[in-house]
Design a protein around this ligand. Structure first.
Ligand SMILES: [Zn+2]
Length: 486
């Protein structure tokens, strides 16, 4: 019997928090079983030659929207293939009841089994869900969701608190299929319960609330101003219609409620200097609170002086070049702790309409390494081990997957992205392995492409091809310290 099922040989391994070292990695029964300067090939059934390449821990994309605009089952397959092609081995997908997604509401005791049923057999990478509570009875299910459901991250969308969503005719409550509003009073009750449950499970991890911080009452007014006097550049108009200071205001409101309830908060997709400064400010104002500041690939890779058109509409908007520079500074100095894609697969057809009516969002999970290695490592000197922290170990820690995921240690899941940091390629749709029929990054040149992706010891992507069937990806119950062996 062979000592290893798979041996990753000759690569330079990127250890989060430590640095890069040339070592071999032996894998047995889906986990890392040996890390050594040299392991003999004859002791392995299969050898992955990583010579000349960098071996990163498989990325954990902790902010994805599977099934938001397309049927969940097919979206899970196509978009988890996209993730796999980009070296992402675990995705955490946000789900909420209401329109889009499953187009229904109800108790999570019914919705979660349905969601997991649809997911089973559909994913090629491992996955978990982050859930939105829309009603007080949902809030009462939080403890059960952690204890039984394997869900440890929850979400609140601030801009659904208005009955009339700014800039569209949608009715917030109708959209969520609820009969009382998800206003700040609702958020207060929501945070109180997340805080209580966090205390209850504190030996096992961090139960947290992710918040999309944008203030709709302001957006309604600033939208009006821009609609009267558009500049002609749609992305700049969209940014002006949702100005950075409404993010700043929202972050302050949310943080004051968090302070009064003791709720751990994830400040999602900070897009602007003002938003990051607000995140830093509240972190130092309330040092006893646990804030995570999250950055997104598209806010780091795109700016509103680029000629991208309304296909790059997203909430919060793509900002100015100056904001992008500030975001990078915040990545380099460690203020931003995780980087995610906020991937939502759309097509031109789904996105049709004008700037104000077109649906927000687009995908980009497969560009995790190309964007960070090109813009971060090559252009700004971001060390490779920091890229491993931002993409794998930090999201795994904050969302209770660590050290099963996001680590390079004996006993952890053998999840890896083998990357050529110098290979330069133009982005083509074919290489993104997505169901999207466009990408804002199409035609841009990036260095740092994934050559091989390994999930629990199995090669799932290699030489530009997906190498596994839907269904290999498993649901990971979190906190992993509560729900089973590491
Ligand atoms: Zn999102």
């Amino acid at each position: 019997m062979s000592k290893y099922d798979l041996l990753i040989k000759g690569g330079r391994v990127v250890f989060p928090y430590l640095g890069v070292r040339k070592v071999d990695i032996g894998i047995k029964e889906e986990r890392i079983s040996a890390i050594s300067e040299s392991l003999p090939s004859q002791e392995a059934i299969e050898v992955a030659d990583a010579a000349g390449r960098f071996v990163f821990p498989g990325a954990v994309d902790s902010h994805v929207h599977i099934g938001i605009y397309r049927p969940l089952k097919e979206d899970a397959t196509s978009e988890s293939q996209s993730a796999a092609s980009g070296g992402v081995t675990t995705i955490l997908s946000y789900f909420r009841p209401g329109k889009n997604y499953l187009n229904k509401t109800g108790p999570y005791r019914e919705l979660l089994p349905e969601l997991l049923d649809l997911s089973k057999g559909s994913y090629v990478v491992d996955y978990g869900y982050n859930l939105t509570m829309n009603t007080e009875s949902h809030i009462r299910e939080i403890e059960w969701l952690v204890r039984e459901g394997g869900v440890s991250t929850f979400k609140y969308y601030m801009f659904y608190k208005l009955l009339n969503l700014a800039g569209s005719s949608s009715d917030g409550m109708n959209y969520l299929m609820i009969d009382s509003p998800v206003d700040l009073g609702f958020l207060y009750k929501y945070m109180k319960e997340v805080s209580r449950v966090n205390e209850l499970f504190k030996d096992y991890g961090r139960i947290s609330l992710s918040v999309h911080c944008e203030e709709p009452e302001i957006i309604r007014a600033t939208n009006e101003e821009v609609k009267v006097k558009p500049s002609g550049n749609p992305l700049k108009d969209y940014s002006d219609a949702r100005p950075p200071w409404e993010e700043e205001l929202a972050i302050n409101e949310v943080s004051i409620i968090a302070e009064n309830t003791g709720c751990p908060v994830n400040l999602l997709h900070l897009s602007s200097q003002k938003a990051v400064e607000a995140g830093k400010d509240v972190s130092s104002r309330y040092p006893e609170l646990d804030f995570l500041l999250e950055g997104t690939l598209h806010h780091l890779g795109l700016s509103n002086d680029m000629d991208l058109g309304i296909l790059a509409k997203v909430n919060p908007p793509i900002r100015s070049r100056q904001d992008v520079d500030y975001l990078w500074k915040s990545v380099l100095d460690g203020t931003i702790k995780t980087i995610v894609s906020d991937h939502a697969s759309v097509t031109r057809e789904i996105k049709k309409g004008n700037l104000w009516t077109s649906l927000p969002g687009f995908g980009g999970t497969s560009l995790m390494f190309p964007v960070l290695i090109t813009e971060g490592y090559h252009k700004r000197g971001l060390p490779l081990h920091r890229i491993a922290e931002l993409t794998a170990s930090n999201p795994a820690r904050y969302h209770n997957l660590f050290p099963k995921k996001g680590s390079v240690w004996v006993g952890g899941d053998a999840d890896f992205a083998i990357v050529d940091i110098d290979e330069e390629k133009e982005v083509t749709l074919r290489d993104l392995h997505t169901a999207q029929d466009f990408s804002p990054e199409e035609g841009m040149k990036f260095k740092g492409w994934t050559k091989c992706t390994i999930l629990r010891g199995k090669v799932i992507f290699e030489d530009g091809q997906i190498r596994t069937d839907p269904g290999y990806g498993k649901f990971v119950k979190r906190p992993v310290k509560l729900h089973g062996k590491l």
